[in-house]
Design a protein around this ligand. Sequence first.
Ligand SMILES: O=C(O)CCC(=O)C(=O)O
Ligand SMILES: [Fe+2]
Length: 287
Amino acid sequence: MLELYPSENERKRNSFDAKNLKLALQALRKDGFVILHEVISTNHIESLRERMLADVDSILTLDDVPFQFNDGHLQQDPPPFPPYLFRDVLLNDFVVQITRATLGEGVKNTMYSGNTCLPNETQQPLHVDHGQLWPGLKTATPAFSIVANVPIVDMTPENGSTEIWPGTHLDTTRSHDEKDIKIAPEDEARRRAVVGPLQPNVPAGGVIIRDMRVWHRGMPNYTDTPRPMIAMVHFVRWWHTNKSLLFPIGTEAFFKDSPLTTITKFVEEPIDYISRNRKYDYQGSKL
Ligand SMILES: O=C(O)CCC(=O)C(=O)O
Ligand SMILES: [Fe+2]
C-alpha cells in the first residue's frame, strides 16, 4: 500500500515531484489505489464535518432514506454551495495531477456525492463500482475512471474505513454492463487466498484515490459517530455523461482554473442535495 505525504517543496508547488508522481502512478496501476495524506486543510474538513453530520439527521428523517445495499450505509451529498466549496477538495491539485497523468488531458469530474457509514454492524456485499469496458481480456485495460474519496472524519478500521482489495481492478471477469455489481462469494474466497483485503487508516485531510474497478465494500462502524466520506469520480475525456453537477449561479469562477473539467450546471434555485439520492440494491439490514 502506497501512502504519500507531500514534502514542504511539493506543498509550495502544489504538486508532487517526478519521483513521487511515478510512485503514485505505479501504485494506482498495480494495487488500484494510492493514499495521499495531509493534502486538504483541516479547517475545510472541519467545516464540512459540522454541516455533513448535521445533514445526516435530516437525511435519516426522509421517507425514502438512500441506503446503499443495507441499513447503515447512506449515500450523502456534501453541501454544493459556498462556504463549502473548497479547491483542495473539489479541484485538489495533487489528486488532479495523478488522475490527469493516468486518464489524460480533458479529465473530468462527474460526481460530487459521498458515502456515510453510520454507526452499524453490517458490511456491504463486496462489489465493484464499475466493471471492465472490455471484459474477458487477458490483460485489463488501463484505468478509465477513478474515484477520489475524502474522509470527513479520521477514518479507521473501527469507524468503517472502506475495505479495499488490492489488485482486483486487473480481474477481467466483471463487465461494465452487468446489472449486478456484487462479487460472488466463491470469487471472493478465491481472491482472498491470493491477496486479502485491507482497511486503511486515513486521518482527515487525506484522500484515497481508487480505480473504480477495485473490489471494495462499506464496513461496520463500531463508534457512535457517523463516518461521512466525499466521493468524486474522474473519467477520461471521451466518457459520455448526461448528468451535470448542480452548483449555484455565481460559483462559475471557482471551477475555471484547473486542468480538471467539472461537468457543471449553474442554477438559480436552491439545490436539493439532501433528498435527491435513492436507495441502491437495497437488501435490508440483516445480511
Ligand atoms: O462507505 C464506504 O466505505 C464504501 C461505500 C460504497 O462502496 C458504496 O456505497 O458503493
Ligand atoms: Fe462502492
